[in-house]
Design a protein. Structure first.
Length: 149
C-alpha cells in the first residue's frame, strides 16, 4: 500500500511542479517572443485552463496520499522532513487557490471584455505567484530527498 500511495504522491508532484517549471521557464518565454499580447494572453489562458485542471487533480492526489501515508500508515509519527514538506505543501496549495480564484478568474473576465491591459496585469500576478510556487515546489523536492542523503 505504501508504494502505491508514494507513487501517486510523486506523480501528483511531478505533474504540478514539472508543469510549473515548463510553463514558467520555457513556454512563457516562447509565447512572449512569438505572440503579441492580443494573441498571447488568450493562448496563456487556454494553457492555464488545461493545466489547472491537472493541478486540481494533482493537489487531491498529493494531499490524499500524503495524509494517508502520514496518518494511517505512519500513525501520525514522522520525521521533521515530513512536517516541513507538509507545511510548504500547504502554502503551495493556498497560493494555487489564490491564483485560481483571484487573478486567473479576473484574467478570464478581462479577456471576455477584450481588455488586454487588465488581462496582462492579472497574468503578471499569476506569473509571479507561480514563480514563488515553483521555488517552493523545488525546495520541497529537496526536503523530500534529504531524508535519503
Amino acid at each position: 500500500m505504501y508504494n502505491l500511495l508514494l507513487a501517486l504522491h510523486l506523480l501528483g508532484t511531478v505533474v504540478w511542479v514539472g508543469g510549473m517549471f515548463f510553463a514558467h521557464m520555457a513556454m512563457r518565454q516562447a509565447a512572449n517572443e512569438l505572440l503579441e499580447p492580443p494573441l498571447r494572453l488568450p493562448f496563456l489562458k487556454r494553457v492555464l485552463d488545461r493545466f489547472f485542471t491537472w493541478v486540481w487533480l494533482a493537489v487531491v492526489l498529493i494531499l490524499a496520499s500524503g495524509y494517508w501515508i502520514f496518518l494511517v500508515l505512519f500513525n501520525g509519527q514522522a520525521g521533521l522532513y515530513v512536517h516541513l514538506m507538509q507545511g510548504v505543501g500547504l502554502v503551495m496549495v493556498v497560493l494555487f487557490c489564490f491564483i485560481y480564484f483571484a487573478p486567473y478568474q479576473r484574467m478570464g473576465l478581462a479577456l471576455e471584455r477584450q481588455d488586454i491591459p487588465a488581462a496582462a496585469a492579472q497574468m503578471a500576478i499569476i506569473r509571479k505567484v507561480i514563480g514563488v510556487n515553483l521555488i517552493l515546489g523545488l525546495v520541497t523536492t529537496v526536503i523530500a530527498v534529504s531524508k535519503y542523503v
